[in-house]
Write a protein that binds this ligand. Structure first.
Ligand code: SF4
Length: 171
């Protein structure tokens, strides 16, 4: 397996606090990590192009991006993976900005330690990722609850039923 790890500077938002070269050194000996890159703006056209070219040239199987919250650019990076010919679901994102550099800006050492933990977890998770199939399922109006207390699930379903159907609880 070949995993590419991409460390984003976010124009200094991350790199002014987290010691990215130190993180890269930490990641280097990990099994399966074939390539580590640092870039100023991974979400830019140039950043995405770097990923796409690496995937093709180095035949990467999985990608880990250490950048911002997946809320911002998970879609962007999934799109880049698709353009590179990979499943969009073999991507892991380590949130270095919101979880490390911003909350720990006064303590770069702690921010860097935390970043190492996050990227290690992401690489471990990436090893287990596999290409998922997208499926479209027709929705019905019946519900199956698996693994909840009966009273709890009944109560929630009654509320849902009242809310969505504006009628009585069917039990
Ligand atoms: S990917 Fe996220 S962390 Fe990196 S430059 Fe873009 S917004 Fe900043």
């Amino acid at each position: 397996m070949k995993i590419g790890v991409y460390l984003c500077e976010c124009g200094g938002n991350i790199s002014k606090v987290v010691d990215l070269p130190n993180v890269a050194e930490f990641v280097k000996p990990f099994d399966d990590v074939a390539i580590i890159r640092q870039h100023s703006n991974m979400c830019s056209g140039a950043g995405q192009k770097l990923i796409i070219e690496d995937v093709k040239e180095h035949k990467l199987d999985k990608v880990v991006i250490a950048a911002c919250s997946p809320q911002f650019h998970e879609k962007t990076f999934r799109g880049a993976l698709e353009k590179a010919g990979l499943s969009p679901y073999v991507l892991e994102i380590a949130n270095f900005r919101e979880h490390c550099s911003w909350p720990h800006r006064e303590n770069p050492e702690i921010a860097t330690l935390k970043a190492k933990d996050l990227v290690e977890s992401s690489v471990n998770k990436a090893r287990l990722d596999y290409a998922l199939d997208k499926k479209t399922i027709k929705m019905g109006n019946r519900v199956l609850v698996i693994g909840a207390f009966q009273n709890f699930s009944d109560g929630r379903l009654c509320r849902l039923y009242h809310f969505t159907q504006n009628g009585r609880c069917a039990g």
